[in-house]
Design a protein around this ligand. Structure first.
Ligand code: ARG
Ligand code: ZN
Length: 876
C-alpha cells in the first residue's frame, strides 16, 4: 500500500497520557497500555496501529469490549463506537521479543531487552496512533526477574522502583516531555554502567550514564567524552541546553542502524559506542564521536521539534547531520572533515540520485518508510541546510534556528516551517530553496571563463541543468550558492573581488547564487590571468563541469588556501586521467596516458614533501584516488574490471614515481607510542597512505615485510588494521598467518571480528568461493546485522571486481543472501539491494546477469521493504 504526502490528514484523536506496563517473562512479554484519548472531531471511528500483537483484553472507560465492539483488520484495530468526549482505552497484548529478528519494536539482543521504534516499530509493542504528529506524556513501568534483568530503563526520570514479588522487581519512569511514539524506548538487562555528569550553561547538573555489557565497560570513555563535548558545543553554537536531569546511552549488539535518539535514552549499535585504542581504528573513534553527537543533537532537532509525518524525515535528519558535521569539523580538522563528508556525498548520494532509486529529499510517496533512511534524505538533506547556512552567514543562521526552536518547540512540523523560520528571522525570502527538497537528481553546473586582458575583466558564464527523471520531467532551476576565489597565477595569491558595477572590492572570497538557466558575472580590476577556485568547501551538492587545464588543477592543488579545494582539484585531475585510462582499456589499449601523467607525477613530487610536513592528514587525502563507485558514475557503460585496472595502474604509476619519498616518509612517521589527538591521527593516516602506495610499487616485497613488522609491533588498532589490510590486499605471503593471529587475538571482540570478516570480504584478489567460505565460518550469522554486513554488504558494495564478476555469480550470491535474510530482517535485506543500483548501465553481459538475478528474486514472496526497492530497481 502506497502512502502519499499529498494525502496528509491531521490525527482524529489526540492522546494526552500513555501509561505502559511491560511485564517481561521468559517466553513472552505482556504489554498493558492505558491511553487517555480525546476525539478531535465528532463521530469518528478510532483506528489504532498494531502489528504482530496478540490481543488479550480491551477496555473502554473500564468496560470490557467484546469482539463485536471492534475489528482487527490487517495492521489496524478499529473501534467504531467511541465517545465524543475524552475517554480511556486499555489494551493488554502479548508479544514475543525473543522471536523478533527484524529488530523493530521490543526485541532481545544477547539476553538484553531493547527497543527500536523509529519509524513505525511502536505498533509492534502496543496498539497506538503510531505517527509522529501524535505527541503524548509517557509513563512506563517495567517488571522483570530481578537477577536476570537488574537494570530496567525507560525515557525520562525514574519515579519509583521496588520489589514486585516472586523474585521480580519493577521500575517506573516518567517522561515530562510530550513525544511521539517513535521516541519511546525501554531496556531490561544485566548491564554495567559508566557514570559521569555535566553541568549545563544554566548550572543544572545532568547525570550521564552509558550502559554496556560488563566486559565492554573499558571501551566507553571515548563515548562519554564525546557526549560531554557535544553537550557543550550545542550550548555554545546553537544555544541549546539539555532538558532532563539524566541522559542515558545503551549499547546493543544487534541493531539495524547506527543509533537512535529516544528521549533521554539513546540506544546505540555497539559499533557506535565502544572505542578503545587496542580494538578501534582512528576512523572508528571518529565515528563514535560523530554518532554520539548526532543522537544528542536530535534532542532539539528531532525531539523537542519533531516531524509532522515521515515525508519530513529530512527536517530532523538533514539538519542533525549538518549539525554533527559542523561539530566534527570543530574537533579535528575542518578541511579533512569536509573532504570526508563530500566523499560520502559524491560516492554514495550522487550515485543514488543517478539511479532508479533516486527520490527527492522529501519523497512524495512510499510503501515502506524504512526504505527512505537514505543518503539522499540524510546527506543531501544536510547539504541543503549547509547551503542555507552559507547564504545566510553564521549569525543570521543562528538567529533563524533560534526562531525555529522557540516557535515550534513541542510541535510536529514540516520542512517549510524550518525554511520559513530561517527566512522570517532575517526578513529574507528563502522559498526558492524549497525546490531542493522537491525534486531528485544532481544538478550539473557548467562554468566557462573568459579573461579580457585589455579590459582587465574576468567573466564567468554559469549554466545549470538538472537531469529529468520519471515523475520529474521538467526539473526547475535551483538556487546554487557558488563560493569562489580567484588566484593570481604569478603571485599564487587570491585577489580582491570586485564585480562590475560595484564601487569597491568585497573580500577575496564570495558567494554567487546561480538560479537561472544561464548567467554571467564579470569581475573587474583583474590585473593578470587568474585561476578560479570554484565551489569552495563544496558550497552546493552539484557536479561541477569546468574544463580547467591540468596546469590549473595542479596550481590549485599547490596554492589554493582552501584545503578542501586542494583535494577537489586533485580529484578532478585524477578523474580526468582515470577516465582516459578506462577508455583506453575499453578499447583494449595500454591504459597509461603520457603527458598528463607526467605532469601529475612531477606536480605531486613538487609539493607533497612540504604538504606532508604542514598537514599530513590533508596530504593523505590528496593522495586518495576517486573510488571505483565514483568512477562508475562517470562512464556511460560500466565495466567494473576496467575501472579497477585503470585505478590500479594509476596507483602503481604514483607509487613507482614516488617510491623513495614514500619509503622515507614511512620510516620518518613510523609509529611512536600511541596517543589520540589530531596530530597523531594525521600522522597515522599519512603513514598508512605511504605504506599502501609502497605496497603497490615494484618494491612490494620490501613493503610487505614492513607491513608484517608493523602488524606485529602495533600497539593500536589503526596501525594493526592498516598493516593487515595491506598484507591481505597485496596478497603477501604473510597474510594468512596475520589473519589467523588477528582472529585468535580478538576472538572475544565482536566488532573486531567484524573487521576481520570485512577485510577479507573486500579483497579484490580473493575468489567468490573465499567469500562463500566466510559465510560458512562458525562466527558468521545472518541474525546479527553488523556481522552480516561485514561480509555481505562489504562484498557487494566494496569489492566491485568480484561482486561484478562477468558470469553473474557474485550477483547470485548476494541475491541468495537477500532472499534468505528477507524472511528474518526485511529492513537490512532491502538495503542490500542498493548494491544493484547501477545495474542498467553495466556492460551487456553483466547487465543481463544482473537482470536475470533480480527478476528471479522478484518472483519470490517478499517483504514490503524488499518488494518496493526491487520494483523501483526493475521498473524502466
Ligand atoms: N533516527 C536515527 C538516526 O538517524 C535512525 C533510526 C532509523 N531506524 C530505522 N530502523 N530506519 O539517528
Ligand atoms: Zn538522525
Amino acid at each position: 500500500k502506497t502512502v502519499y504526502l499529498k494525502d496528509y490528514q491531521a490525527p482524529l484523536f489526540s492522546i494526552e497520557q500513555v501509561n505502559l506496563q511491560v511485564d517481561i517473562f521468559n517466553d513472552y512479554t505482556l504489554v498493558t497500555s492505558t491511553l487517555n484519548l480525546t476525539p478531535q472531531q465528532a463521530n469518528q471511528a478510532l483506528v489504532l496501529h498494531g502489528v504482530d500483537l496478540e490481543l488479550q483484553t480491551l477496555h473502554l472507560d473500564n468496560q470490557l469490549l467484546s469482539t463485536d465492539d471492534y475489528q482487527l483488520q490487517g495492521e489496524e484495530l478499529v473501534i467504531h463506537n467511541v465517545p465524543n468526549q475524552p475517554f480511556s482505552l486499555q489494551s493488554v497484548v502479548k508479544i514475543y521479543p525473543a522471536k523478533n529478528l527484524a529488530l523493530e519494536g521490543l526485541y532481545l539482543s544477547k539476553g538484553m531487552y531493547c527497543t527500536q521504534c523509529e519509524p513505525e516499530g511502536f505498533r509492534k509493542i502496543s496498539y497506538y496512533l503510531d505517527r509522529p504528529d501524535v505527541l503524548s506524556s509517557f509513563t512506563t513501568t517495567i517488571t522483570a526477574d530481578k537477577n536476570q534483568y537488574p537494570t530496567l530503563l525507560a525515557n525520562g526520570n525514574l519515579i519509583a522502583q521496588g520489589d514486585a514479588g516472586e523474585g521480580r522487581h519493577f521500575a517506573t519512569w516518567q517522561d515530562p516531555f510530550k513525544k511521539p511514539s517513535y521516541l519511546f524506548a525501554m531496556v531490561a538487562g544485566d548491564l554495567a554502567c559508566l557514570e559521569d555528569s555535566f553541568t549545563t550553561m544554566t548550572g543544572r547538573e545532568v547525570a550521564l550514564k552509558i550502559y554496556v555489557e560488563p566486559h565492554d565497560l573499558r571501551q566507553c570513555h571515548h563515548a562519554m567524552e564525546s557526549l560531554k563535548a557535544s553537550m557543550r558545543w550545542d550550548e555554545q553554537v546553537y544555544g541549546r541546553e539539555y532538558d532532563l536531569d539524566i541522559f542515558m546511552i545503551v549499547a546493543v549488539s544487534h541493531f539495524n542502524m547506527g543509533a537512535m535518539e529516544n528521549k533521554g535514552l539513546n540506544i546505540f549499535n555497539t559499533s557506535c559506542v565502544l572505542a578503545h585504542p587496542e580494538t578501534t581504528t582512528d576512523l572508528g573513534f571518529q565515528r563514535v564521536e560523530s554518532v554520539v553527537a548526532h543522537e544528542y543533537f536530535h534532542n532539539w532537532s528531532g525531539n523537542r521539534v519533531t516531524c509532522r509525518d515521515w515525508f519530513q524525515l529530512s527536517l530532523k535528519e538533514g539538519f542533525t547531520v549538518f549539525r554533527d558535521q559542523q561539530f566534527s569539523a570543530d574537533q579535528l580538522s575542518a578541511s579533512v572533515q569536509r573532504i570526508e563528508d563530500v566523499a560520502v556525498l559524491r560516492n554514495v548520494q550522487f550515485a543514488e540520485d543517478a539511479s532508479p532509486l533516486a527520490h527527492p529529499v522529501r519523497p512524495e510517496s512510499f510503501i515502506e518508510i524504512n526504505n527512505f533512511y537514505t543518503a539522499t534524505v540524510y546527506e543531501k538533506g544536510a547539504e541543503i541546510v549547509r547551503m542555507l547556512h552559507t547564504v545566510l552567514g553564521v549569525d543570521a543562521f543562528r538567529k533563524g534556528t533560534d526562531l525555529y526552536f522557540s516557535r515550534h518547540d513541542g510541535q510536529a512540523v514540516t520542512v517549510e516551517d524550518f525554511v520559513q523560520a530561517l527566512a522570517d528571522a532575517n526578513q529574507q525570502d528563502l522559498s526558492a530553496f524549497m525546490q531542493w527538497y522537491r525534486q531528485p537528481c544532481t544538478p550539473v553546473l557548467s562554468v566557462n571563463t573568459d579573461y579580457n586582458a585589455q579590459a582587465k575583466s574576468y567573466t564567468l558564464s554559469i549554466s545549470q541543468q538538472t537531469p529529468a527523471k520519471e515523475g520529474y520531467p521538467n526539473p526547475e532551476y535551483l538556487p546554487i550558492p557558488i563560493k569562489l576565489a580567484l588566484f593570481d597565477q604569478h603571485t599564487g595569491q587570491a585577489i580582491a573581488l570586485r564585480l562590475q558595477g560595484e564601487t569597491q572590492a568585497v573580500g577575496k572570497e564570495r558567494v554567487l547564487i546561480a538560479d537561472k538557466s544561464q548567467q554571467t558575472w564579470t569581475f573587474v580590476d583583474v590585473e593578470q590571468a587568474v585561476v578560479p577556485s570554484l565551489l569552495r568547501d563544496f558550497s552546493a551538492p552539484v557536479v561541477l563541469d569546468y574544463q580547467s587545464s591540468n596546469a590549473e588543477l595542479l596550481f590549485l592543488m599547490q596554492h589554493d588556501n582552501n584545503g578542501f579545494n586542494r583535494w577537489l582539484a586533485a580529484q578532478s585531475l585524477y578523474e580526468r586521467l582515470l577516465l582516459a585510462m578506462i577508455a583506453n582499456i575499453d578499447q583494449q589499449q595500454e591504459p597509461l596516458t603520457g603527458l598528463a601523467m607526467d605532469e601529475l607525477l612531477t606536480g605531486l613530487a613538487a609539493f607533497l614533501p612540504t604538504l606532508a610536513q604542514q598537514d599530513a592528514a590533508l596530504a593523505a587525502k590528496i593522495l586518495s584516488l576517486p573510488t571505483e563507485n565514483y568512477l562508475a558514475e562517470k562512464v556511460a557503460v560500466i565495466n567494473p574490471s576496467h575501472i579497477a585496472q585503470a585505478r590500479e595502474a594509476l596507483q602503481q604509476a604514483i607509487a613507482n614515481a614516488l617510491a623513495d619519498f614514500f619509503r622515507t616518509q614511512y620510516m620518518a612517521f613510523t609509529q611512536t607510542s600511541y596517543i589520540y589527538n589530531s596530530a597523531a591521527i594525521a600522522q597515522r593516516s599519512w603513514r598508512d597512505q605511504c605504506l599502501s602506495y609502497l605496497l603497490q610499487s615494484t618494491a612490494s616485497t620490501e613493503a610487505q615485510a614492513l607491513a608484517a613488522q608493523q602488524y606485529q609491533q602495533a600497539d593500536n588498532m589503526s596501525a594493526r588494521m592498516s598493516a593487515l589490510r595491506g598484507l591481505v590486499y597485496s596478497q603477501a605471503a604473510q597474510a594468512s598467518s596475520a589473519l589467523a593471529d588477528f582472529y585468535q587475538r580478538f576472538v572475544d571482540e565482536a566488532l573486531v571480528v567484524d573487521s576481520w570478516f570485512a577485510v577479507q570480504a573486500t579483497n579484490a584478489k580473493a575468489s567468490l568461493s573465499d567469500i562463500e567460505q566466510l559465510c560458512a565460518h562458525s562466527a558468521f550469522t545472518l541474525t546479527n546485522p553488523n556481522r552480516l554486513r561485514s561480509v555481505v554488504a562489504q562484498f557487494a558494495n566494496a569489492n566491485p571486481v568480484l561482486f561484478h564478476q562477468a558470469d553473474g555469480a557474485g550477483y547470485q550470491f548476494v541475491a541468495n543472501k537477500i532472499a534468505e535474510l528477507d524472511k528474518i530482517n526485511p529492513q537490512i535485506a532491502s538495503r542490500l539491494l542498493g548494491a544493484f543500483s547501477k545495474w542498467r548501465r553495466l556492460e551487456n553481459r553483466r547487465k543481463q546477469q544482473a537482470e536475470r538475478v533480480l527478476t528471479q528474486l522478484a518472483q519470490q514472496v517478499l517483504s514490503n521493504d524488499t518488494f518496493e526497492t526491487l520494483n523501483r530497481l526493475l521498473r524502466a
